[in-house]
Design a protein around this ligand. Structure first.
Ligand code: R5P
Length: 309
């Protein structure tokens, strides 16, 4: 029997969508995405999706407003073409950092994005290393918050990291992510107490934990300007760390110069289109596996490094 689900791609990261489809040995669904002369987005799905489970890959980065709107329009077209279910695969969930009202008169954009996706017709979301786990609660549909930890850990093993290393969270916000790495790898954890002065400027206050004479692996969900990594890596070296590795799921978003940091090896993933010269590991196999397991009604626990209950 031929495959009954279909995978479509928005225009934000076609390479990743192609790789996801390739991992599943299925072609990408045909879709026409154009702009009208006034720059409005115009979409037509070019194949039958009636009563099918469909997956739409679209990352919300680089031109987040444009690509998010494009995603909503694709979902609307699929819904009106009678798709049975619509899973949005958003490898990088943009607007996630504004997830609480911590100042007067500020929005909660992560909640707004969730509402708009649901309203458009998304019935299921797959994403990766969300900035905060609780964003899942902004949705009233199932959310699979996948993790790049699996591919990163494979990479570390390949790179022959010394046995005696420490995982470092570059700020308190990353400590949950770092703790999961430390637990999976059964190594110690250190945390940096970071204060952010402006969106571009951070000030390291203290390193909590022991790194002297050890290799360290800094883990973070996002690298925007690279300032957090720069400060964290310097602090680790100052604390006597030997080699400094860094693993960051999403980014870098701004131009980023590794030579400014005290990092020996840095890996990103391809949740956003990789910039030239950046070393990355692909998350396409993870999303492909998630589609396959989900479509065949199996548990996704193995993708979260957890044992099935
Ligand atoms: C902050 O909470 C995030 O986890 C990252 O540490 C932050 O977004 C990185 O930004 P930048 O690279 O600009 O320091």
């Amino acid at each position: 029997m031929s495959c009954q689900y279909k995978i479509f791609s928005g225009s934000s990261h076609i390479e990743l969508a192609k790789n996801v489809a390739k991992n599943l040995n299925v072609p990408l669904g045909k879709i026409d995405i154009k702009s009208f002369p006034d720059n409005e987005i115009c979409v037509q799905v070019l194949e039958n999706v009636r009563n099918r489970d469909v997956f739409v890959v679209q990352t919300i980065a680089n031109r987040p407003n444009h690509f998010f709107m494009e995603l909503l329009i694709i979902v609307d077209a699929l819904k009106r073409a009678s798709a049975k279910s619509i899973t949005a695969i958003i490898p990088y969930f943009g607007y996630a950092r504004q997830d609480r009202k911590d100042k007067v008169r500020v929005p909660i954009t992560a909640k707004l994005i969730a509402d708009l996706l649901e309203k458009a017709g998304v019935t299921h979301l797959m994403t990766m290393d969300l900035h905060a786990d609780q964003i899942q609660g902004f949705f009233n549909i199932p959310v699979d918050n996948l993790t790049a930890r699996v591919v990163f850990i494979e990479k570390l093993r390949d790179k022959g990291l010394s046995k005696d290393f420490v995982i470092v969270a570059p700020d308190i916000g990353s400590s949950k992510l770092a703790n999961r790495f430390a637990k999976d790898l059964q190594v110690d954890l250190a945390v940096i107490d970071k204060r952010r002065i402006t969106p571009e400027k951070v000030e390291d206050i203290a390193l909590i934990g022991e790194v002297e004479g050890k290799d360290v692996v800094i883990v973070d969900d996002i690298c925007s300007t690279g300032e957090t990594l720069r400060q964290a890596s310097k602090l680790c070296k100052k604390g006597g760390a030997r080699k400094v590795f860094a693993l960051v799921t999403h980014g870098p978003f701004a131009d980023f110069n590794l030579s400014d940091c005290a990092i020996d090896k840095l890996y990103f993933t391809d949740t956003i289109p990789p910039k030239e010269g950046i070393e990355y590991v692909s998350v396409a196999p993870i999303f492909a596996k998630a589609i396959d397991l989900s479509y065949t009604s199996q548990s996704l626990s193995s993708l979260f490094c957890e044992k099935e209950q």
